[in-house]
Design a protein around this ligand. Sequence first.
Ligand SMILES: [Zn+2]
Ligand SMILES: [Zn+2]
Length: 701
Amino acid sequence: MARWQALVWLCAAAVAAAAAAPRNVTVTDNDKYVVANGDAPQVADVELGNRAGVLGQAAQAVGNAFVAKGKCIVCVAATGLIQSKVKQGATEQEVAATLTEQCKLYRVQEPAVCDGVIKLFAPEVVYIVNHTNLSPSEICSYAFTDDCGDEFDRKHDWKVPLPAGPKPDVQPENTPKAGAPRLKLLQLSDTHVDPHYKEGSLADCDLPLCCRASSGPVAAGKRTAGPWGDYGRCDAPVKLLENTLQHIAKAHPDLDGILWTGDLQPHDIWNQTREESLHILRLTTDLILKTFPGVPVFPALGNHEAVPVNSFSPSSVKGRFSMNWLYDEVASQWSHWLPANQTGLVRRGAFYSVLFKPGLRVVSINTNFCNDKNWWLLLNSDDPDQELHWLVEELHRAEVAGEKVLVVGHIPPGTPECRSVWSRNLDEILFRYESTVSGLFFGHNHWDEFQLFFDRTNPDKLRPYAVAYVSPSVTPYEKPNPAYRVYYLDGERPDSTYSVLDHDTWTMDLKAANREGSPQWMRLYSARRAYDMASLTPASWTKLVRDMATNDDLFDSFYRNYYRDSAERPACDNQCRRKILCQQLQGRSRDTAPCQVCLGGWFEGKPGKFGNRWVGRPLAGIAKNTAHKLYLPMEISGENVPEVSVKATETSSTQEPEPEPEVSSTPPSPPSSSANSSKPGMVLMSIVLAFSSAWSFGRYL
Ligand SMILES: [Zn+2]
Ligand SMILES: [Zn+2]
């Protein structure tokens, strides 16, 4: 939505450039852009602004081009424009001023947001662009993989080496007997507390974050911020966070530990300062510390902790762009719970490993190194700060020591915004250490969901081998009710699996709280009971996804929980349903194969191609279906039979799955290059990318 606006605006500028320098970019009779000079149009000798007439025509042409060719054309053209601007010798300030002027002229956003976003992003973008030798098409393929292809990923592929030697045999599930000890863990995520939340302020504003005194005048009939929060673009008032923590402490005095998966700051991405970010880090840490004295807490770093948002440079970057300002304070705050020997790691890259119980370790990873909106990956996306190398070493040590490991992080690795290269490497690591990793816990998405990982050793079979739990958010930003999760794990006993046996999600009705004066927290559902699951094995979760494809009531129940029964949740049509179900099957980012395998023709929106009548059908009969690529539904005869035969035809076993546009809705991001050449022409483009990404604040979780 808003990202489109920004692109159209950029596009207008780009077409103005084209009009002035048609030798490089041509507008054809069909109003489609043709890049005449390979993949890096040099739109030179163009001035930004002061060309209202040209820009008006340009906007029209660009609009047509946009529709016809999509974001990729726009991106490459805009990149050329940026190059030319910088080649004219524009300084960082001049570039930022021009962008700000255009942003306001074309009303891409509110003036204050134009000022704030460009001011925040411009310095690092200029730095990054001046230190990369990526071509415009590479940058665009990084930023808009869905539209521009995977050029960046192909050129910047990498692989974390795994130890030689065989992987330990996977042992059958060692289910604890009734009455066996359990571990009870809280997951608290995406609190996004807003100290400037103001009751009675405008809740329905045009800014990325509302419910503040600065949100605008409250006219008659306008929606206003309630005392406990609002379902719009509003984050959690401090009193909501305090109430949540107090309720948890009272309802769950027997917690064994807390998994705290990040995103503490509000969504005022155009208006952030380092001081404010650190203030909220301290404020939230103090509240947790005070409310849960003596309870072990295992934090992970969210993408909103950085200023500007998503900006996490590797430790090799020194000076004003170094992460020291954040990581030093994070190390200090986390030291309340972490041993001193982990401080160095936290200060280096905000990840760590601690022994929680004898035989149980918690490893926290910094997933901001996979975030496609982290522009520092343009300089080096190859396992920044060697985090995944370190993870392999930690898991290997744990394997040798006979320990189980819980992995916590912020961005779930299967979300499209997690770089597919990073995600694939993590998947391979998790698969190698399948017998060691007993739980995966993430946040960021704000929805109540999960992600499944598949063993693909045999190309004709997929075996679900792990499930990552994705916790609901405390913030009601974008319509869910506030929520938190409680997990029950196999506890301390000989040969404990330390796997998740069940989980409860708790919520409160925000609308009722605002009406009645105080929140009434309640257990919304227990996973096994709500979804009639005998266990929470990866195979059971996979079966649930398949069942939800054909069972309307079951999916409705899942979708209700997805929003924590928020009365304001939007309707979910078949397309929405397919997207959500496929997301649950994507532990590996942008990999739609499990969706196609598990959901078959139903995945492709062809009713009647999926269902029980497919299961067990003669393969030869299914193979006759050549109208679209053939992906057979996965057969699961029981949740204790995780390996599923999908072998069908020569066709299905060798073909690459067709891309599924509905699934990968999130734009891509940065590639890596350790280049040292200076390509100043990239400056504006990077600003543009950062700028446009800022416009996707609606999905900036
Ligand atoms: Zn996040
Ligand atoms: Zn968030």
